[in-house]
Design a protein around this ligand. Structure first.
Ligand code: CA
Length: 661
């Protein structure tokens, strides 16, 4: 346990008189403490300067965050100024937990915790809890009062001050009202790559979590947020100062059609979400971090054992026209042929003349007879967007919601995909929580689409599976411009967005033209092996693959065999190599099988030497790009020194599979 407690007294001012009351000294002088990670590599320094709180983060003595402000402004007074220390407490955290459908199955979290207890001018209490593990610093606030029972948080002072030399890899917050029928913001904006810190977002609303920063050649830092429930709003980073200070911002008042408050109201005591800073000299700690789930606890027990898996999904490539009995049966048959656990039946299924509610029990029974579970799409609204897709208005009124869930359970539906949320206000976070909690009572698992970043939800809510919150593969169908950027995005998402939460991207589209007839539509610019690689690069415990029935005839047997065997849940992840916007190489383990996947975005080919020491001398299946950009399969052996050479073409990829059986 390395926590040094070292109050330092400022040598100025009228208060440094022998015998002066200690609280005066603490109120008006510099007070500093620090807490280190168990291995000593990460240090968080905490300062109280003239009643204002600051913290700094170092990775092996390299400054990651310079003096950055802490505190909140509230309806019961300021917790950002006039503060005095009333006590500190340290603890060693050592916890093991299992995430049956998280990015890593068995997690061992060790951290040093420092709680700094302060009083404000009203003598209400602010505790700042810092937890420092070997790859992350996390902190949260706890506010309590001897005599007040409720609070409204008007704004946070919480900030992240990067050195001027750092660069940012960030995605913009978009204003409400854009996009489809008032359904934004939904975390579907492009990324700014390697821009100087202090660069402002164009709509002026700052950036969404997670945000990645490069500290020159010294390392990397990822800022995110976790533990957001109905007791708080989802926050973001406001536009930075030119010096590189990013401050926590609450949702815009206009979000969700202006309904609900942009501030946060809660009963006291209030524990806020955690803000997390993951740091390292390479991207490995960021890609491998579990901090989003380390610092939260489940809010309820699962009512049944929820089963992750692979799913077919007609809507992605065949779109609305496929919402009929014949086409859905074809995709149930495809799921059955591939051994997939699920079919996702998307919007408009309830329309008479398509499938209709009355015929859904028969459809679910047909799927069940083929060992395929059914997931059904729902519109979230409500009264906060204009999206016309049905079923609508089944979820936001509590008695209606329970009636619908009971019906779904009675006909054997396994889960729901709920779309179109459009905001991060506390009322929306409460709505996510209400849906999740109530669905669990009926054994239903949840996928969210058109939605916010899930913040620790894999652990908080045991029936939560995955969320979109990314410019997902549907955009390949919507726009050639997006299809042209597919390889670029594939090297950004796994190194940023997907590091903190499951990402329902909808990978593996093998049609060359992205439509049913493969004549009209977006041209796919990536290779077939690139597509296979995305099944491994992109993590989601429910994978909605873009494969279509014709792929079974068009692809060689070894591609179909890959699709049948590839897992949707993993025991372990390792960062191998990569740079956002250029290339990405990750390894994932399922049982004793290893999958190593790579994609590449640059125009020129790239030769890599991978370091795979735990696979030395092992022979791997190598799915590689043939000259004609179709998939080839050959054997390769990792050298005795653990190295393996790999050549990647533009828009290409590779998958290496080690299967000891
Ligand atoms: Ca979307």
């Amino acid at each position: 346990m390395k926590v040094s407690l070292s109050p330092r007294l400022a040598l100025s001012g009228p208060f440094l008189v022998v015998g002066t009351v200690v609280t005066l000294l603490f109120s008006f002088s510099l007070y500093a403490q620090e807490v280190k990670s168990p291995d000593g590599s990460i240090t968080v320094k905490f300062n109280l300067d003239s009643g204002h709180l600051f913290y700094e983060v170092f990775c092996k003595d390299i400054p990651v965050l310079e003096a950055s402000p802490l505190g909140l402004e509230t309806s019961i007074g300021s917790f950002a100024s006039g503060l005095k220390i009333t006590g500190t407490q340290t603890a060693a955290i050592d916890e093991r937990y299992t995430l049956p459908h998280g990015k890593t199955r068995d997690v061992h979290y060790t951290a040093n915790e420092l709680t700094v207890r302060l009083a404000n001018e009203q003598n209400d209490i602010l505790e700042v809890i810092f937890r420092v593990s070997n790859r992350d610093a996390a902190f949260a606030y706890r506010i309590s009062s001897p005599n007040k029972r409720r609070i409204t948080i008007e704004r946070e002072r919480t900030g992240f001050k990067f050195p001027r030399s750092a660069t940012a890899f960030v995605t913009q917050q978009v204003a409400w009202g854009g996009g489809f029928m008032g359904t934004k913001p939904s975390y579907e904006e492009g990324y700014m790559i390697d821009v100087p810190v202090g660069t402002r977002s164009r709509p002026g609303l700052g950036f969404t979590f997670p945000a990645l920063f490069r500290l020159g050649s010294d390392g990397w830092a990822l800022i995110s947020e976790t533990g957001v429930t109905g007791r708080y709003a989802g926050s973001r980073l406001g536009n930075p100062t030119p010096e590189g200070l990013y401050t926590i911002a609450f949702p815009e008042q206009a979000e969700n059609a202006g309904l609900g408050e942009a501030s946060v109201s809660a009963a006291l005591p209030l524990m806020t979400p955690w803000r997390t800073i993951t740091v390292g000299q390479t991207l490995a700690p960021i890609v491998e971090t579990t901090v989003a789930t380390d610092v939260v606890k489940p809010l309820y027990e699962p009512s049944i054992e929820y089963k992750p898996g692979r799913s077919t999904w007609s809507w992605l490539v065949w779109q609305d026209a496929s919402m009929n009995v014949r086409d859905q049966r074809a995709f149930i048959d495809l799921a059955s042929e591939l051994g997939y656990e699920y079919i996702l039946i998307d919007a408009l299924w309830d329309e008479e003349g398509r499938i209709g509610r009355n015929r859904m029990p028969e459809m679910v029974e047909y799927a069940r007879s083929k060992n395929v579970g059914v997931i059904l799409w729902y519109n979230s609204n409500g009264y906060w967007n204009d999206a016309p897709q049905t079923p609508r208005n089944r979820l936001h009124i509590t008695p209606e919601r329970h009636k619908e869930f009971a019906w779904l359970q009675s006909i054997g539906v396994k889960g729901m995909k709920v779309d179109f949320f459009g905001g991060d206000k506390q009322m929306t976070m409460q709505y996510y929580e209400d849906i999740l909690h109530d669905a669990n009572l009926y054994g239903l698992m949840l996928i969210f689409h058109g939605c916010t970043l899930p913040r620790g939800w894999e652990r908080l809510y045991p029936n939560f599976m995955t969320s979109e919150a990314v410019t997902a593969s549907e955009n390949l169908i919507f726009s050639q411009g997006f299809a042209n950027n597919e390889a670029f995005n594939s090297t950004v998402f796994p190194l940023i967005r997907n590091t903190v939460a499951a990402m329902d991207y909808g990978p593996v589209l093998l049609n060359k033209v992205l439509s049913r007839d493969q004549r009209r539509g977006s041209q796919r610019t990536t290779t077939d092996v690139f597509q296979l690689a995305t099944a491994v690069l992109f993590q989601s415990p429910l994978q909605h693959f873009g494969v279509t029935p014709n792929n079974l005839q068009e692809q060689p047997d070894y591609v179909i065999d890959f699709l049948k065997a590839v897992p949707a849940v993993w025991d372990e992840i390792r960062f191998i190599d990569g740079y956002p916007g250029k290339y990405a190489v990750l390894a994932r383990r399922s049982g004793d099988r290893w999958y190593i996947a790579a994609t590449h975005a640059d125009r020129e080919s790239r030769d890599l030497t991978l370091s795979l020491p735990w696979l030395k001398d092992k022979t791997l299946d190598h799915y590689y790009d043939k000259e004609d950009r179709s998939a080839g399969l050959r054997k390769v052996t990792v050298k005795e020194d653990g190295s393996l050479s790999l050549s990647l073409v533009s828009g290409g990829g590779a998958v290496l599979v080690y299967n000891p059986q």
